[in-house]
Design a protein around this ligand. Structure first.
Ligand code: SAM
Length: 290
């Protein structure tokens, strides 16, 4: 009895590679080299299926028949290079993710500043891979809650990401119900306005939060255009995608933007160990510039 290719594939893992588009080792190799040079993101062999899954929708959107055609297209289409970056980045985030960082900011940075009658009243914070905005808006909420009279302070939160699509969402500041789970009813009421969107309730960030945050597209492997000094940098859950050399280079540039005492927050599985010795570890993934 003859078997359908699908029936055979379900039994033989080798044949599971039967796909809508053929995706050979040379396709994966060429794409991962390109992605590394564009974004710094290192794609290990284990990421091959993920790359296939994320890029097939690009092939379909462009009505291409193969990854060879897609690679050709990338040579002459800068817009598609941006789409490639957007498709490859992982944008997982949430409000007050890793909450101890925001508690530290409140108790150890903002509270002493607020209590100091002779302080500068100037604060510069950078969210270096801000994704769809939850991180910088969480910083902004923390600032507004901690400073008694925020209008009399010069506070700027710069929020950057490589991915143009998530930046667009961040600027819009409109979050569906399933994205606001970490927000207390009090915060939701103070900082968001509920609105109807596509038949569901969404939450729009209020102007007082928007006023504190500036969104910009910035690739962390390129020159950092800001001058500094930056009191605090949130560079969380992004360098995990970079190899150690790329991390070393990035943190050497980041360190130049900070003065002794300034703070650097990393993601829960990231570390400066053997990467950068310009900082002291002072808490869980919290570093102080030496
Ligand atoms: C997992 S999200 C982290 C979001 C947020 N920092 C957090 O911890 O919740 C990682 C973000 O890093 C961004 N990213 C990846 N490579 C980048 C690069 N070379 N330059 C700037 N951003 C990059 C991605 O677009 C993505 O939005």
């Amino acid at each position: 009895m003859t078997q359908s290719p699908y029936a055979a594939a379900t039994r033989d893992p080798q044949l599971l590679r039967l796909r809508e588009f053929s995706f050979g080792a040379e396709d994966f190799q060429a794409l991962r080299t390109l992605v590394k040079s564009l974004t710094g993101i290192h794609l290990s062999d284990q990421k091959r299926e993920l790359v296939y899954g994320r890029l097939t929708r690009r092939l379909r959107a462009l009505e291409l028949r193969s990854f060879a055609e897609y690679r050709e297209r990338l040579k002459s289409d800068p817009q598609e290079l941006a789409e490639l970056c957007n498709a490859i980045t992982t944008n997982l985030t949430s409000f007050f993710r890793e909450p101890h960082h925001f508690q530290y900011l409140r108790d150890r940075v903002l509270a002493p500043l607020a209590a100091d009658p002779h302080g500068t009243r100037r604060l510069r914070i950078w969210s270096a891979a801000c994704s769809s905005g939850e991180e910088p808006y969480s910083i902004a909420m923390t600032v507004l809650e901690a400073l008694p009279d925020p209008g009399r302070w010069d506070v700027r939160i710069l929020a950057t990401d490589l991915d143009s699509e998530v930046l667009e969402r961040a600027r819009r500041g409109l979050y569906p119900a399933d994205r606001i789970g970490n927000l207390s009813p009090g915060r939701l009421q103070r900082f968001f306005t509920p609105c109807e969107q596509a038949g569901g309730i969404c939450h729009q960030v209020k102007p007082e939060l928007v006023a504190l945050v500036t969104f910009k597209q910035l690739n962390l492997i390129h020159t950092l255009p800001m001058r500094g000094p930056l009191d605090a940098i949130f560079c969380r859950n992004v360098v995990i995608y970079f190899d150690k050399d790329t991390q070393r280079e990035l943190f050497a540039r980041i360190a130049r933007l900070q003065r002794p005492g300034d703070l650097l927050f990393l993601g829960h599985s990231e570390s400066l160990f053997k990467v950068c010795d310009s900082y002291a570890l002072i808490g869980k993934t919290i570093h102080r510039r030496l």
